[in-house]
Design a protein around this ligand. Structure first.
Ligand code: CA
Length: 390
C-alpha cells in the first residue's frame, strides 16, 4: 500500500546500464522492457521480508539473494548525516523507545501536514543513532533479529554495495530515496546537496553510475536534474485502492507534498497521464508507481450486499479476497515517453497476494514482467529473481 509512516514502505526502482553489463550484452530472451533487457530486482529496504529494514545485514542478504540494486531510504541526523531509515520518526524501526537515556527526546513533529509523536532522527547525532538497534516494523514478520543491528549511514551502504559486489563479481547498484524533502528543508537539513556530495565522492555522477535516486516529491528531483546526470525516478503514491480497483487519493498520499505546499492541483495520478509522463521525462529517467497503478485489483460482491466477499472463506477480508483486473496503459504510456517503470512493493506473504496468484508470489511477478515493467521493488529479492529467471 501507500507510503505509511512506520508500516509503510519504500520504493522503487531501476537501471538499465548495469543490467546490460550484468547480462553481458544482448543475448538471451528479449524482454518487453524499455531497453529490451531483463527487469531489475531491487532489494526493497534490503531483504526486508527476512531481516529488519535498512540494516547492513539486510542489504547484504539482498545482494546474496541476487538483487541488482539495494534500496536505502534517507533521512538526516541532527548533525546532518544521511542515514538509512524509512521515516524521520524512528520509533517503529529502532529500540529508541526502550532507551531511558533518550526518554526526554520524545516529542511531536508535523511531517507532511500530519502531526506525529515519537523520536525523530533529526534530534539525534549520528553518534547517538549508532547506539540504537533496528527493529522489524511489521508485526507479522520475524522479530528474532530485533536489537541486533545498527542503523547504517549512506556511506556505509555505498561501501557495502561495492565490497559485496566485488565479492560476487558483479555491479550492485544503490537506489537511495530522499524521504520527505520539504520537511528536511524546513529543518535546515536539506537532503539533496548532502546526497550529491556523497555520490560525487564515490564518483557517481553519470547515467552509467550504479545509482538511481528516487523521490515522491517533484521540485527536489528537478533541482537534482540541474546538478547531476545520475538516473532519477519519480515515485507515485496513493492512499489506498478502492473496492472497485480505482485509486484512493487522500492527503497526504494524494500528491507530492511540494505540490500541496505550492497549492498545485495536480495529484499523483496526474503524473501518470500521457501529459504528466511527458512532464516527468523533462527531469527524470523513470517512474516508480505503486503497483495497482499498473494492474489494479478489485473486491467481489456477488450477492450485492454491499460487503466484499470472503473469497477464500477464512473469515477475514484482505488482499486474498481481491481479483486482478486488466492492466492500465501506464507502462505503455511511460515507455512511449521514454521512461522506465519500477513498480513497488512486491511481498510474498500469502495474505498480501491477490486471489489470482493462489499464494504463489512468482505468479504475481510474472504478470508484471509480462506487462513490461523494468524493475520491481521487492521485500523478497530471492523470489523476484527466481521469477525473472523462470
Ligand atoms: Ca478472506
Amino acid at each position: 500500500m501507500r507510503q505509511q509512516p512506520i508500516a509503510k514502505v519504500g520504493l522503487l526502482v531501476l537501471a538499465t546500464a548495469t543490467a546490460l553489463v550484468a547480462c553481458g550484452g544482448g543475448d538471451g530472451p528479449n524482454y518487453p522492457t524499455l531497453s529490451g533487457e531483463r527487469p531489475l530486482v531491487i532489494g526493497h529496504r534490503g531483504a526486508s521480508g527476512y531481516l529488519p529494514d535498512h540494516t547492513l545485514e539486510g542489504y547484504r542478504k539482498a545482494i546474496e539473494m541476487g538483487a541488482d540494486f539495494i534500496e536505502p531510504d534517507l533521512v538526516a541526523t541532527q548533525d546532518g548525516v544521511l542515514i538509512a531509515r524509512h521515516e524521520p520518526n524512528i520509533t517503529g524501526t529502532t529500540d529508541v523507545s526502550t532507551r531511558a537515556e533518550f526518554a526526554s527526546r520524545k516529542t511531536r513533529k508535523v511531517v507532511d501536514g500530519v502531526e506525529e509523536e515519537g523520536w525523530f532522527a533529526s534530534d539525534f547525532t549520528l553518534a547517538e543513532i549508532k547506539t540504537l538497534r533496528a527493529i522489524q516494523p511489521m508485526a507479522d514478520r520475524d522479530q528474532s533479529f530485533n536489537g541486533k543491528y545498527q542503523i547504517p549511514t549512506l556511506d556505509e551502504v555505498l561501501d557495502l554495495a561495492r565490497s559485496e559486489g566485488a565479492k560476487a563479481g558483479r555491479t550492485v547498484g544503490v537506489y537511495p530515496e530522499t524521504k520527505h524533502p520539504t520537511y528536511h528543508v524546513n529543518l535546515g537539513l536539506k537532503l539533496e546537496d548532502r546526497l550529491l556530495a556523497t555520490l560525487a565522492r564515490y564518483g557517481y555522477t553519470t547515467k552509467a553510475s550504479p545509482v538511481i535516486v528516487q523521490s515522491f516529491e517533484v521540485s527536489n528531483l528537478q533541482y537534482l536534474r540541474t546538478k547531476t546526470q545520475v538516473r532519477l525516478v519519480q515515485l507515485v503514491d496513493a492512499d489506498d485502492v478502492k473496492a472497485d480497483g480505482s485509486m484512493s487519493l487522500v492527503a497526504p498520499y494524494d500528491k507530492p507534498y511540494d505540490f500541496a505546499v505550492a497549492g498545485d492541483a495536480r495529484t499523483f495520478a496526474s503524473l501518470l497521464t500521457p501529459a504528466g509522463l511527458k512532464e516527468v521525462k523533462t527531469y527524470a529517467d523513470g517512474v516508480g508507481p505503486w503497483k495497482p497503478y499498473l494492474i489494479p485489483s478489485r473486491q467481489v460482491d456477488a450477492n450485492n450486499d454491499g460487503k466484499p466477499d470472503d473469497l477464500n472463506g477464512d473469515g477475514k477480508i484482505d488482499d486474498r479476497d481481491r481479483v486482478m483486473m486488466a492492466p492500465t496503459s501506464v507502462v505503455k504510456d511511460a515507455h512511449a515517453a521514454g521512461l522506465f517503470v519500477h513498480a513497488y512493493t512486491f511481498r510474498s506473504e500469502a495474505k498480501r497476494l491477490a486471489s489470482d496468484f493462489k499464494g504463489d508470489p512468482k505468479a504475481e511477478y510474472q504478470l508484471f514482467f509480462d506487462l513490461g515493467v523494468d524493475g520491481v521493488f521487492s521485500d523478497f529479492p530471492d523470489h523476484a529473481k527466481a521469477a525473472r529467471e523462470n
